[in-house]
Structures are given as structure tokens and as C-alpha cells.
Design a protein around this ligand. Structure first.
Ligand code: N01
Length: 532
């Protein structure tokens, strides 16, 4: 097929990051096209439609900050927005900034080849089309490659099989059904209370007990909206400087330095703030096991106050990792759901799953009859989607080669051997450790500035130096080693995907520090990058 006329910049993915890349590049005067595999925009928020799906970052923070008009006109209805509301917001943004005209839906990128002489990429799609662009931005999402375990017998199941991240657009009728859920990460924990409302019987198959903190969600009132508008500029400034991209700061002292009463008060305060923010109560909570133990005991006391059955309580109590080393889940009634007579917990550590049968799930002790089986089994995070694309630089160097020993990036955005290609929220960047919307804005702005810088210098190509990428990877690993993150078998380290190299894939220095590092690189004329 004849290649389409080339553009300056091609964006792959129309989620939060890709849409802002399209808008920012266009505003900077570049010609842009955006390809999206799904039949609608929204990325994560297009695909994850399971009942109970919400964001675990407050809605007023998990929204674009680049346009004050947009920020002031949009009113979130709740502290934590539901998936439909976030998707409506994304559609609103696309309409407001006329983004749809440059987006092609239902277009999956399969390969990309760089032609050094022409300084351009040719990107081929599932429809057989070829697109040419000087620059390519891969905004394909950190959690966009769902994993379904290949359980024995799973293809024989006669009922309905669903995955939380591939939920049908038309809500399946689950009322009065016997539903089984495999997986108790954020997705499973959010879905369980909602599924419990619909199911005749709900059976939750738990392999590893997880930490979940209530969201304390509530509607936002007219007074809230007024206060938010007044606070927004300062709120955003604090969020950008912070570690997690939200305007919350840890207690000024270390956990053991304060009295027991002050410690309890501090934990209670962040507990009531809701969800993942609990891991930010004290500055050493995620780096010191003893400090973490205080938080863990506080959590256990809260859990004991909710779950009535002692055996269920014991099964739900995490035992194998520090609190926060896997992302803390944010729930609305997860633990209380197990007090209901029709909700059952199966501890797969005690009775391992042996097979899926046509009628349900068998463990080595029992058979659980099911009409519906829901996989809430997560994602091949950060590298899964990128690894599925056949990306080749000059001389045929592939992304797969460059990453055969684990992902290698410079600043999480550049891969040596792949010029003029940028990752958004890639491995080696803060990505999912911070508010993804603000991290996306920061990275997109940096990339758009870089492209302008390349042009100002009369260059046509930009590529990371291999030694700079290795040094960045070492720095990322050193930062991770100062934390408790590597101590859990999580998707952060790739432990949930068989054969994946175990390495903590994210920049743990925080969004504020990361932004300063990136800005310094820019101000110093991009050492670490080669412009030709
Ligand atoms: O996936 P997960 P997720 N047999 O990987 C279990 C974001 N997110 O989709 O721990 C039995 O966390 C697995 O068990 P184990 C958020 O960043 C955010 O829930 O490996 N069980 C685990 O319990 C989050 O961290 C929100 O032993 C099996 C579960 O499946 C990330 O997405 C909402 C199994 C997977 O948990 C991923 O969350 C949703 C098997 N063979 C997601 N294989 C918000 O709130 C896997 N499991 C914003």
C-alpha cells in the first residue's frame, strides 16, 4: 500500500498521554497524526469498564492541568471519579481541542522501521497501511496488555469468561449469577463489592492477600467546586513538585521519632484521606521495614474492625510483603463484602486451584459451581504492549534486542538505537508511581521542547547515548534499592509474568525530582542525547 503523506510526529495511543501529545505537538506547529488500536479514545479508561472501576487518584488531581479554561469549566461529581465520568471527560477534552480530526481509531500499530537516510519512521498498521513520520511517540500505556493465566481447562468453561481490562461495552447481565473472581489486585478489589450486589453467589479466589484502604469517596458539593477553583493553581504547583503528583506531603518526621499518639493520629489522617495516600504517611514508610511495620499494624487493626469471621480475617491479612510494596488498593466496601452470606473467599494458598471445569473452578479440596468467571489478573506492565510491536532502528536494531536483559531507557523516554522515538510513561520514568496525567504532561512538554531544540540546531535526528541509558538504568535501580518496592512479587518488578526478567521498572525518585532532572538535561543542552 502507498505510504500516507508523512507527518512531523506520529502518536501511537489515544489515552491521556497520547491525546495531550497530539494537542501539544499541534500547538507547537507540528503536523501530527494519532493512531489508536481501540474503537474509541481513552486508553485505560476505554478498556477498563468493569463494575466499580474508578481512579485511585482524586478526580481534581487526575485531570489535565495544561489549560486553565478546561480546568475551571469541568466539574467532577465525586472525589474519586468513575470510569464513565473519566471517559466522558476525555471525550470532552477531545471535542474542546478538536482532536478527533487527527485520530484514526481501530488502527493497531504492528511495526515501525527507521530509514536513516530519510530520517523518518515508517509505521505499519494491522490494516496494512503505512504511515511516515519524522518522530514517533509511543503512548501505548503502562497497563495496557492484559494477562489471563492459562489455567488448565479454562477453554472448557461453559459459562461466561470476562477480564476486567477487556470488559464488554454492553454491560453483561450478571444478576442472579454465580460469579467467580480470580485476582485480588486493584481491579478485583474494586469489582468485588459491585459484583456482590449483582451475584447470587460470589466466590473470590485469592492467591495473595493484598492491602486495601477505603477511598472515603463522596460527592463534591458546590462549595467544594468553588474551593477547588480557588485552590487549583497552588494545588497543581504542589502536585508537580511532589513525589506522587498529588498535593499531599508526608509527615515532617520519621515514623519512630514521634510519640505513639502522634503516630496514630498521622496514620488516621492519611487513612481518612483515602487509598494509596496511606503509604505516604511518614517519609520512611516505604524505605524502612521497621517504619513500615507500624503502618502495617495500623492497617491490621482496621481490617480486624471490619471482617467478622476470624478465618476470613486471617486469610485476608497480607503476610508476605510490606504495606505499599505492591500498589495499595483503594476500595469502597471490599472487606465488608465478605461479611455477606453469599460472598465467599477461597484461599488458593491453602487449597490450590487445580483446574477450571465446564461448570466452575476446582481446587484440591472442593469444586465451586460458577456461571461467570472474571479474571482480574492484571497486566504485563510497562513493557508488554511495547514488546508486541516490531520496532527496528537503523541497521535493524530492535526494541526487543535492546531490552533482552530488561528495559533500558534514558530518562524513561529514549531507547538507544532507536532515534526520533519517544516513550511516554515508559520503564525508567515515574509513570504509575505518580499521577499519570501530570507525568504525561511533563513528558510530552519535554518531548515537544526537544523536537524544537533539534530543529533549532539544524539537526534531523536525536538518539540516546548507550552509556547515558546504562547510567540512567543504574540510577533507577539504586533508587529502587533504597525502597521496599523490590520486596514484593508485583507487576512493578514483572513477577506476574512468567519468564519476565525481575527488575523494578520505575523511577522511584518522585515526579518533582524527575522533572528537575529532565529540565536540567534540557538546560545543559541535552547531554545523554546525540543530535545529528
Ligand atoms: O492487577 P494486579 P490489577 N491464579 O497485577 C492474581 C492499576 N489499577 O488489574 O498477587 C490466581 O495488581 C494476582 O495474585 P498474586 C493499579 O496500578 C488501578 O488488579 O500474583 N491468581 C493478583 O491478586 C494496579 O496496581 C485501579 O498472587 C492470580 C491479581 O491476579 C494495576 O492497575 C484499578 C493468577 C492481579 O493483580 C494492576 O491492578 C485497577 C493465577 N494464576 C487497576 N494470576 C485504580 O484504582 C494472577 N493472579 C486506579
Amino acid at each position: 500500500m502507498t505510504p500516507r503523506p508523512g507527518v512531523d510526529l506520529l502518536v501511537v495511543g489515544a489515552g491521556f498521554a497520547g491525546l495531550y501529545a497530539l494537542h501539544a505537538a499541534r500547538t507547537a506547529g507540528l503536523s501530527v497524526r494519532c493512531l489508536e488500536a481501540a474503537d474509541g479514545i481513552g486508553g485505560t479508561w476505554y478498556h477498563n469498564r468493569y463494575p466499580g472501576c474508578r481512579c485511585d487518584v482524586e478526580s481534581i488531581d487526575y485531570s489535565y492541568s495544561f489549560d486553565p479554561g478546561l480546568q475551571d469549566e469541568w466539574e467532577w461529581s465525586e472525589r474519586y471519579a468513575t470510569q464513565p465520568e473519566i471517559l466522558a471527560y476525555i471525550e470532552h477534552v477531545a471535542d474542546r481541542f478538536d482532536l478527533h480530526r487527527d485520530i484514526e481509531l481501530g488502527t493497531r500499530v504492528e511495526s515501525a522501521r527507521f530509514d536513516e537516510a530519510a530520517s523518518e519512521w515508517t509505521v505499519r498498521t494491522s490494516g496494512g497501511e503505512a504511515h511516515r513520520a519524522q518522530y514517533v511517540v509511543l503512548a501505548t500505556g503502562a497497563l495496557s496488555d492484559p494477562v489471563t493465566p492459562d489455567l488448565p481447562g479454562v477453554h472448557d468453561f461453559a459459562g461466561t469468561v470476562l477480564h476486567t481490562a477487556q470488559w464488554p461495552a454492553e454491560e453483561p447481565d450478571l444478576h442472579g449469577k454465580r460469579i467467580g473472581v480470580i485476582g485480588t489486585g486493584s481491579s478485583g478489589i474494586q469489582a468485588v463489592p459491585e459484583l456482590a450486589e449483582r451475584a447470587a453467589e460470589l466466590t473470590v479466589f485469592q492467591r495473595t492477600a493484598n492491602y486495601s484502604v477505603p477511598a472515603f469517596n463522596r460527592p463534591l458539593t458546590a462549595e467544594d467546586q468553588e474551593r477547588i477553583r480557588a485552590e487549583y493553581p497552588e494545588r497543581r504547583a504542589v502536585a508537580r513538585r511532589s513525589g506522587g503528583g498529588s498535593p499531599h506531603e508526608a509527615h515532617p518526621r520519621r515514623t519512630a521519632e514521634v510519640s505513639e499518639a502522634e503516630r496514630q493520629e498521622a496514620f488516621e489522617r492519611t487513612w481518612r484521606t483515602g487509598g494509596v495516600l496511606f503509604s505516604k504517611t511518614f517519609p520512611d514508610q516505604m524505605s524502612d521495614l521497621e517504619a513500615n511495620g507500624y503502618a502495617r499494624r495500623f492497617f491490621e487493626a482496621k481490617l480486624a474492625g471490619v471482617v467478622e469471621d476470624p478465618r476470613t480475617l486471617d486469610d485476608l491479612t497480607p503476610k508476605d510483603h510490606p504495606i505499599g510494596a505492591k500498589r495499595i488498593c483503594t476500595d469502597s466496601g471490599y472487606y465488608a463484602a465478605f461479611n455477606r452470606d453469599h460472598v465467599h473467599l477461597v484461599n488458593l494458598r491453602r487449597e490450590p486451584l487445580t483446574r477450571v471445569t465446564p461448570d466452575g473452578v476446582a481446587t484440591d479440596r472442593a469444586h465451586y459451581d460458577l456461571d461467570v468467571l472474571v479474571f482480574a489478573t492484571g497486566f504485563d506492565a510497562l513493557t508488554g504492549t511495547l514488546g508486541r510491536m516490531d520496532v527496528r532502528g537503523p541497521g535493524g536494531a530492535t526494541l526487543a534486542d535492546a531490552w533482552s536483559d530488561g528495559p533500558l531507557t534514558y530518562l524513561g523516554m529514549h531507547v538507544p538505537g532507536l532515534p526520533n522515538l519517544f516513550l511516554l510513561n515508559g520503564p525508567g520514568s515515574p509513570a504509575v508511581l505518580a499521577n499519570m496525567v501530570l507525568t504525561s504532561e511533563q513528558q510530552v512538554d519535554w518531548v515537544v521542547d526537544l523536537v524544537a531544540g533539534v530543529r533549532e540546531r539544524g539537526a534531523t535526528q536525536v538518539e540516546a547515548r548507550a552509556d547515558a541509558a546504562r547510567a540512567w538504568n543504574e540510577h533507577v535501580a539504586e533508587l529502587a534499592d533504597r525502597t521496599l518496592f523490590p520486596q514484593a512479587d508485583s507487576w512493578y518488578v514483572g513477577a506476574n509474568v512468567e519468564g519476565k526478567k525481575r527488575t523494578f521498572m520505575l523511577y522511584a525518585g518522585g515526579l518533582g525530582t524527575y522533572t528537575r532532572v529532565c529540565d536540567q538535561v534540557r538546560d545543559e543542552g541535552y547531554p545523554g542525547l546525540v543530535l545529528t
